[in-house]
Design a protein around this ligand. Structure first.
Ligand code: 4AD
Ligand code: MG
Length: 430
């Protein structure tokens, strides 16, 4: 007998197959029993007709609780009325394990209730769709760089120094020594770019974010390319091409999941090159036009990002922020040293910053001054300074938060649903 997966039943029409999965729901009508069975690749309706199967089996199936595991043998039939377009006409059925009463039912549950049961919530069709889209986003991101000659070079998780400011560090006791969970792989990618030319990393990053917003996690995944001999313009070209390419792949690969989420994909389809590029100073003017006075010099928060992004129909790239509100490693604009050669890419529809990056300071003395000006300890950065001592070159890169990208693609409000097991200010379980 053919062992099949629901995702590919269309290839088995008319054949008898074996499916193994879990019971999602059931209803009966006289001699007919309709079982919704999911197997991780999809859900299919299995129709059991009492006279067709052993009497005891029919009775057992009629009482089977949601999430019981089972094996079903039946014939695949095309049926336009069935959800998904196919159904299984059951010939035999065996139960693996009868489930206890499942706490998550089709009725509405509060988010805290669901997050406490995240290990079970993953089985629901919405969460399933979101996390499959996430997997496709990660694959598309990796493929983009793998296919263009980048070397994957992952950075360490335990780090001695702050990359993105000292206020969001998670300290760890490392055999009596104080180290930190990484905030970004960037500094290590810079070392990699000097060794391999073009590199990227993809991994978890950690920020002790005290803010409870829809865009912040304390543990999130970031993909970070870094390229030697690249300037800010090249970096923006790369970020734009990368986003368009990832969107195209995910749209092609995950149509069904996006439909299930009822995502209107027109905003994603509109995200074509070129993305508008405006300077921070122009952005402050745009905010003023929109009736939102913003003091020149202050960084943008979620509210400013939402107003700015709403002025465009595709992601917008905001470059050259005031150096004072950005990280120590950024190169100043030679044309106006108050500015940093950096870029933030803001997604449409209120999703905010999905990419942050820019050109790095490549001059040893300037970098030493910046480390001092940011009141960072010098010693943990000695190795990083070496990169400017031995053949320093212009270089640039960026980081894209996987969860923010997935939230935008899926059109869901909060990033917490875009990662299998979210970590936030008040959540470290399950
Ligand atoms: O702008 P950020 O802080 O940039 C960096 O970390 C650079 N070192 C990256 C680089 O140039 N290699 O973070 C980059 C991206 C943001 O644009 C956002 O998408 C995401 O990481 N991000 C977060 N996502 C979820 N929760 C948080 N707390 C996040 N903080 C940043
Ligand atoms: Mg940023």
């Amino acid at each position: 007998m053919v062992r099949a997966h629901i995702e590919e039943v269309s290839r088995h029409v008319g054949e008898t197959v074996t499916l193994r999965g879990w019971l999602k729901g059931r209803r009966s009508s006289g001699k007919l029993l309709f079982l919704q069975v999911r197997d991780g690749t999809g859900t299919i309706q299995c129709t059991a007709f009492r006279p067709d199967i052993a009497p005891g089996v029919f009775e057992e199936a009629s009482r089977l609780p949601q999430e019981s595991s089972l094996t079903v043998v039946g014939t695949v039939r095309e049926d336009p009325r069935a959800p998904g377009g196919f159904e299984l006409q059951v010939q035999d059925l065996s139960v693996e394990a009868v489930a206890d009463e499942f706490p998550i039912t089709p009725k509405e549950h509060g988010t805290a209730f669901l997050l406490d049961r995240r290990h079970l919530w993953l089985r629901s069709s919405r969460q399933h769709a979101i996390l499959r889209i996430r997997a496709s986003v990660v694959r598309a991101c990796r493929s983009y760089f793998d296919e263009r000659g980048y070397t994957l070079l992952d950075g360490p998780i335990f780090t001695p120094a702050a990359c993105e400011g000292t206020t969001t560090l998670f300290p760890v006791d490392y055999f009596g020594e104080r180290v930190y969970l990484t905030q970004s792989g960037q500094l290590y990618m810079e070392a990699g770019a000097m060794a391999f030319g073009k590199v990227y990393c993809l991994g978890p990053t950690f920020r002790a974010e005290k803010s409870k917003t829809r865009r912040h996690l304390t543990e999130f995944w970031m993909i970070e390319p870094e390229v030697a001999y690249m300037d800010l313009d090249g970096d923006m070209d790369l970020a734009e091409d990368f986003i368009v390419s990832v969107l195209q792949r995910v749209l092609a690969e995950r149509r069904l999941e996006l439909e299930l989420l009822e995502r209107d994909v027109t905003s994603l389809e509109k995200a074509q090159k070129p993305f508008p590029r405006i300077s921070y100073t122009e952005a402050v003017d745009l905010l003023r036009e929109a009736g939102h006075e913003h003091p020149w010099g202050d960084d943008f928060g979620g509210d400013e990002e939402t107003v700015l992004a709403s002025r465009f129909d595709r992601p917008v790239m905001i470059h050259r922020y005031p150096a004072a509100c950005k990280a120590f490693y950024m190169k100043n604009d030679p044309a106006d040293p108050r500015l940093a050669l950096c870029v933030d890419v803001l997604a449409p529809e209120g999703y905010g910053e999905i990419i942050g990056g820019g050109q790095r300071e490549d001059d040893l003395a300037t970098l030493e001054q910046k480390i001092a000006a940011h009141e960072l300890p010098r010693e943990p950065f000695e190795w990083y300074l070496d990169l400017r001592r031995y053949g320093s070159v212009p270089h640039a890169g960026f980081g894209m938060g996987i969860e923010r990208m997935v939230a935008w693609i899926c059109g869901i409000h909060h990033v917490r649903e875009t990662i299998p097991f979210p970590r936030m200010l008040e959540r470290t379980t399950p």
